[in-house]
Ligand binder design. Sequence first.
Ligand code: ADP
Ligand code: MG
Ligand code: ZN
Length: 497
Amino acid sequence: MSLGATLMTTVTTEYEPVIGLETHVELGTRTKMFCGCPTEFGAEPNTQVCPVCLGLPGSLPVANRAAIEATIQIGLALNCTIATWSRFARKNYFYPDMPKNFQISQYDEPLCTDGYLDVEVDGQLVRVGIERVHLEEDTGKSLHIGGTGRIHGATESLVDYNRAGIPLVEIVTKPVPGTGALAPTVARAYVTELRDLIRTLGVSDVRMEQGSLRCDVNVSLNRPGEDWGTRTETKNVNSLRSVERAVRSEMLRQAAVLDAGGRIVQETRHFHEETGDTTSGRSKETATDYRYFPEPDLVPLAPDPAWVQELRAGLPEPPREHRRRLREAWGLSEVDMQAVVNAGAVGLVEATVAAGGSPESARKWWLGELSRYANERGIELTEVGATPADVAELQSLVDGGKLTDKLARTVLEGVLAGEGSPATVMSARGLAVVSDTGALTAAVDEAIAAQPEIAQKVRDGKVAAAGVLVGAVMKATGGKADAKAVRELVLSRLGVS
Ligand code: ADP
Ligand code: MG
Ligand code: ZN
């Protein structure tokens, strides 16, 4: 057991954790929430703005129907009740990246409430309650110049409003008690499942590294039998791994404070990737600080039940159901399938099979060679530069006898280095198996002629000695012969087979 796991066990014999997750998802709509500005990522700063999203006086918002539709789809996929009547609200606060000095959000009348998402952890099903799913607008982005990129130590700050007004869906869970030492894993599994679900809906690209999915992690501890403790909220945790680490480190920190007879302060905290721990942010404001009131410039939302029904009927198969079906089709055990899921390779294996690969070989390449390559570089499997079609092609070259497994790995290196498809790399680097029997027989005869004593041993029945001759042939062909075929040829030339 690792030190971390031992510590966690100690914590959870004395305390029970409660977790809660707030997830923000930037929708992939073509235009912003309340204006027609484009939403593409990575444009020159302040080129995707207009009077509405800059909050200029006299401008008026108009709600984006596609964003409302996407929010209802998310709510339905999360088994929520869809409101028949809902309103936007102003959340008032000052922040330089928010030009109106208020954010249009939803408060006491959100679009979706009271749902759940089931997640699997260690073969166990954990039901995470969903409190609400609401729609709001994103803020702009502050860029701090000089120093470390944080505001402290910066010489100046710039603001980019391209992101201001992009539709943002907030998904808030109910408090989740009872997960004990598994709390960090449950938190991660929940965000993973939510991400996959939303990706399946096609309403967001849910890329944590680009900030289109962001997570705030709430954690509290209580002694068994006592009321839930005071929670802290760790903001903007930006990878799945960080979600898990943030919960773990906050559990350990809070336990240490409580052990020492201290009190937990309700506050926001920041997670630090480098160290894996959290530091204090600001003490938490309460709803009254925001002076919420109904947004007077927008009409209430009353989704037509027929529209909601249509969206419900059109929901895709949930990822968990989809995985179950794939597992059966691929003939995998639960454990093997879990390995594919954990590697983030479900879609890749699926696409490889669709491109003609066998499930077995697809799994082997994605979980073996390619996972190793991704891990070494700290990138996602989807970013390795080999496609499912490449993997299917590579395996078909192996199956067709053109490549040995070993040569295939070398070819894959070339593919990953951007040298082209497997077939291209194979011919460009001259890696194909020597299948010309004439050339191979000549190489075998040469090896036999060069080592007559060994050849004699084999003829006398010491078949194991043939390995030396096989080795010589493999060397002579630059490793490009199929060792098994060479062995058979050696034996037959020596009259032993
Ligand atoms: P806020 O706007 O203050 O962040 P929200 O209602 O948006 O409040 O979110 C609070 C989150 O904290 C929810 O996910 C909720 O389930 C969770 N939460 C509430 N109480 C606790 C608690 N005692 N321990 C852990 N999480 C909690
Ligand atoms: Mg919140
Ligand atoms: Zn605009």
